[in-house]
Structures are given as C-alpha cells and as structure tokens.
Design a protein around this ligand. Structure first.
Ligand code: GDP
Ligand code: GDP
Length: 435
C-alpha cells in the first residue's frame, strides 16, 4: 500500500497549495469526498520511484471553542488513515494559539509528525522558524509550497523509510479475476462478501494470501479461480457478528486500484447519496470495470423500488455501461447473477482487437455518418488501433481530429461499444492527426 501523508493545520497555511503540488504528477488521481467527510481530498502522487497518497484536510480554525470537535470531524480521521502527518504552520503569520492547540493533539498521537513551516519565500529561514521550536514537535522544516522551495527535499526525506514501488501497477491475472467489493459504510459490503464466499460450490482457500498489503481472499467457484480484494476486513473477523473494521477511504481507493472488476454496492433503503456518486466517479476515472449491485432489495414497497430505479436512471446515467443487479445480500437473492456480469466486464476490459477489425469498424461508422466539414475541409478518420487494455484504449488516426465535435465522438464510442459488444468497462478514445 502507498504511504499515506495527511496535511494538517489551520486554514490558509497553504495545505491545498502543497496538496496540488504533490498530486501534480502525470498519473495523479484526485478523489474528492465532500459528501463523505466535509472537505477531505485524496490524491496520489509520485516522487522518483516512490508513490504516495496525500490527504488534504481542509482546515482547523481553532476559533470554535470545541477544537476537539473540529479536529474529530475530519483531521482526526485523516490522521488515523495516515502513516505520516505534515503539520503545516505559516511563517508569515507566525505562531498562533490554534497552532499550539493542534500541536497538543499531535504530540499525544502516535503518528510520525513533521513540523512544516510554509511561506518562507522572501524570509530569512532561521528567524522565520525561531517561533516554532516551542511547539515541541522537533525540527521545523522550512518550505514555500507556492514556489516549490524545499518541497522535493522534504518529501524525499519523509518517504525515506518507505520502500519503492513499481509504478504502473497492473493487477496480475494468473490467479483469476480480482473482484473489489466497494461502497460507502453500511450498504452491505461485508454481508455480500460473506454471501459470495458462503455460496454453494464456492471453495475458499484458507491461507488468505497477503501478497500485497490489501487483504486478498482467493477462492474458486465452479472450478474458476477468483480473488476477493477485501476492504471490509471480513476475513480478519472471527465471525460475522464481530464488528466490521472502520470504513477507510484509503483502503477503498487502494482496492479499486488493485482489482480488475469493482462491484459497487448501493443501498436501496438508504437511496443514492453524494458519496455513491463520488466513489463511482473515482471508479470511472480509474478506468475500472464495474458491476452495480443495488442491495437490500428484499421487502421493499413497489413505490420504493420505482423511486430507486428512477434515481439510478437519472443520476447514474454516466455509468450506464455497467450491468445493474437488484440483490439481497442478506437472503442471497440474485447474488449468483453477479458472476456472469463480472466475467463479461473482465473480458471486455481485457479484450484485444486487431487493427484490421478496428479500422473496419471505423470506416463503416464513417460511411454511415460522415464527420463534419471544418473550414471547408472534411475531417478525415482513416485508421484505428488499440492503444491499451483495462480499460480498452482505441487510438483513431486522421486529419483535423482536434476539431471533432463531442457528439461525433459519442457516436463513435457507441458504435465501437455496440459492435465489439463491450459492456461493463469504461473505454477511452484518443484522436491523432497525421500529416
Ligand atoms: P489552506 O487553507 O491551508 O489549504 O491554504 P491555501 O493553500 O489555500 O493557501 C492560502 C494562501 O496562502 C493562498 O493565498 C496561497 O497562495 C498562499 N500560499 C500558499 N503557499 C504559499 C507560499 O509558499 N508562499 C506564499 N507567499 N504564499 C503561499
Ligand atoms: P458494510 O458496512 O457495507 O460492510 O455493511 P454490512 O454488511 O455490515 O451491512 C450493514 C447492515 O445492513 C447490516 O445490519 C446488515 O444486516 C444489513 N444488510 C446487509 N445486506 C442486506 C440486505 O440485502 N437486506 C437487508 N434488509 N439488510 C441488509
């Protein structure tokens, strides 16, 4: 798992500025979870051969008399999820009572904490830092987040104890399809995981391999191997009634990265909420194959069912490529139907098509429906080839492709999806113009 860095401090000390700088690398994915926890942002970044996750915590103003409550609300959760805390203070504003209050909390916390003095640009470093020694959190580290001053050196030092990690991690397929069961708290993930594993003709291999740090549960169903990526900590519990592990966004994001197909669980009783949309959006941005499971379908009134169906249609239109199942994890209803969808999504996500085939589809599409003229010249689309899998990337070559209207791109996407029978995975298109 990536080392997790939490940025903590008063508002305005420069946390978002540092967050943006740290998540600027090419593959950085930022997940925003305003619904889940007011103002907490998650991002991935990379420095040299090391990758990391950063959490921006918004701010602790210290003005409210219950600083504990304010801390508890978001920063404590972030600190809890983090391996490293960067406590940021503002060199220009100097030491502040709120800084002291936060420092008191951090001193009793077991997490490795770095005192970071920001906005030292144009200041004499030594005098800028003098104030902050009294916080009792060790050496202050001067940076200027806005200008990048000392930032790389600091992160390099912060990450020193953590091992390198191969980038571009692609989940291995040799042990079967890796399934991640994800969703916000209480939608029924643990119940579903137990149900999937408890099904007839499922053989769970007891030696849960912990090849990577995410907990993996290998099993076999009808002779086919699968691996469950367990975010709910189901396997570590002795029995089902034992309390589930705390919901962790970091673990959820990690599971999305480490699975081939995500089963996103929604709660028919609780309805659709912001958090569902944000998680789903993250799954799509990650390019993960997806199956939607609307859980707790048992015993619902028909109006409730209609409302849920309508809500899904209206708000989840952007994920309409995913198979949708209405299930009851509790009773096991329709749970077995998830497997064919998982298989189909996996097959689509990892499918390979020849340049010939893709070019033929492109040319058929073009002759059915010509691209428009731009400045009196028709946009030409000549050839298509596959640029990658999981998610499938189709690279289209032609002339003036930069002027291709969105509506035409949608037409092409739909055509390729239909002809190639791609369901359950996002698909990406790249357009290139040649001479
Ligand atoms: P946050 O509330 O802690 O997330 O703080 P922001 O990142 O929004 O920054 C607050 C203000 O400080 C903004 O106006 C930034 O442009 C400014 N700021 C951030 N980093 C630096 C820095 O290194 N030097 C200076 N001079 N200003 C900075
Ligand atoms: P998690 O936090 O997502 O892992 O959710 P749990 O699996 O712990 O389930 C949360 C609550 O929803 C528990 O009380 C479950 O018994 C209940 N639950 C889970 N699945 C179903 C279902 O299909 N129908 C009903 N009625 N309740 C369910």
């Amino acid at each position: 798992m990536n080392p997790v860095i939490a940025l903590v401090g008063r508002p305005n000390v420069g946390k978002s500025t540092l967050f943006n700088r740290l998540t600027r690398s090419r593959d950085a994915l930022v997940a925003d979870f305003p619904g889940l926890t007011r103002d907490r942002k998650y991002g991935n970044g990379q420095l040299g051969d090391k990758t990391y996750t950063v959490i921006d915590t918004g701010g602790i103003s210290g003005d409210e008399d219950g600083i504990d409550a304010a801390m508890a609300e978001q920063s404590l959760v972030a600190i809890d999820e983090a391996d490293i805390v960067l406590f940021m203070v503002d060199a220009r504003a100097g030491l502040n009572v709120a800084d002291e209050a936060i420092a008191n909390h951090l001193r009793v916390n077991q997490k490795k904490t770095w005192l970071v003095v920001n906005k030292t640009d144009g200041l004499e470093e030594h005098s800028a830092m003098a104030d902050f020694w009294t916080l009792g959190l060790g050496d202050p580290h001067p940076i200027a987040a806005a200008h990048g001053r000392n930032v790389t050196t600091l992160i390099d030092e912060v990450l020193a104890p953590f091992p390198e990690r191969e980038d571009g991690y692609v989940p291995a397929t040799d042990k079967g399809i890796r399934i991640g069961v994800i969703g916000r708290p209480n939608v029924g993930k643990s119940t579903l995981v137990n149900r999937l594993l408890g099904e007839e003709r499922v053989v769970v291999f007891d030696e849960a391999g912990t090849t990577r740090d995410a907990i993996e549960i290998p099993f076999e169903r009808r002779g086919r191997p699968y691996v469950l990526v367990d975010t709910a900590g189901v396997r570590r519990r002795k029995n089902i009634s034992q309390i589930a592990e705390k919901f962790s966004i970091v673990k959820t994001l990690e599971a999305i990265k480490e699975c081939h197909v995500a089963i996103m669980v929604l709660d028919a009783r609780g309805g659709l909420v912001e958090q569902d949309l944000h998680l789903l959006d993250y799954v799509l941005t990650s390019g993960r194959a997806l199956v939607l499971a609307v859980n707790k379908w048992d015993g619902l009134e028909s109006e409730q069912r209609e409302k849920m169906r309508a809500d899904i249609k209206r708000r989840l239109g952007f994920a309409d490529y995913a198979d949708l199942h209405f299930i009851s994890a509790l009773h096991g209803t329709a749970v077995g139907d998830l497997y064919p969808s998982v298989e189909r999504a996996f097959k689509a996500a990892t499918g390979r098509w020849s340049t010939n085939r893709l070019t033929t589809i492109l040319q058929d599409a073009v002759s059915e429906h010509q691209p428009p003229l731009v400045h009196g010249r028709r946009i030409k689309l000549r050839m298509a080839h596959q640029g990658g899998t999981n998610p499938p990337i189709i690279v289209v070559h032609g002339n003036q492709t930069g002027s291709l209207p969105e509506a035409y791109k949608r037409f092409l996407t739909n055509t390729f999806r239909k002809v190639l029978k791609v369901r359950g995975t996002p698909m990406r298109f790249e357009f290139r113009s040649g001479a």
